[in-house]
Design a protein around this ligand. Structure first.
Ligand SMILES: Nc1nc2c(c(=O)[nH]1)N=C([C@H](O)[C@H](O)COP(=O)(O)OP(=O)(O)OP(=O)(O)O)CN2
Ligand SMILES: [Zn+2]
Length: 129
């Protein structure tokens, strides 16, 4: 088993209800994001997945989120844009890209961590089929 990690970040605004009163005010964070891709077999180049391909996909996902008001995005219609939900969104989008790449069938997004501050992070671990 191999696990790759790519780090990225984005800045965005959000409002959260039900978490804490101050979170209901419009405010922003600089999220630091870590995506993990796992799998069992190396390809002919001796790698699980080219880091460059993962970074390309991650950049595309960050472009959807960066400098946006997250509550207004279709991705978060009826969903609170908490760090947990952001981690789920990134994991699902990246999994879709990897599926299109037709990689080894064991390759999957194994974890996404979204740090909304230096000391607070939500990690999503997608269920394994
Ligand atoms: N489990 C989660 N809890 C909270 C989330 C979240 O996404 N998942 N989000 C928030 C808000 O985004 C809020 O803006 C966080 O503000 P912050 O000042 O960083 O939070 P704290 O008050 O907890 O931290 P202090 O260090 O005490 O300022 C809240 N919770
Ligand atoms: Zn917040």
């Amino acid at each position: 088993m191999f696990e790759l990690k790519v780090k990225t970040d984005f800045a965005a605004a959000h409002q959260l209800t039900m978490v804490g009163e101050k979170c209901e005010n419009l405010h922003g964070h600089n999220w630091n994001v870590e995506v993990y891709v796992a799998g069992e077999h190396l390809n002919a180049a001796g790698v699980l997945v080219d880091f460059g391909d993962i970074k390309k996909h991650v950049r595309a996902i960050m472009k959807e989120l960066d400098h946006k008001f997250l509550n207004e995005l279709d991705a978060f219609k009826g969903i609170q844009p908490s760090s947990e939900q952001i981690a789920i969104y990134i994991a699902n989008r990246l999994q879709g890209y990897l599926k299109d790449d037709k990689l080894d069938e064991t390759v999957r997004v194994s974890r996404v961590s979204a740090w909304e501050s230096a000391d607070a992070c939500a990690t999503y671990i997608p269920p394994q089929d």
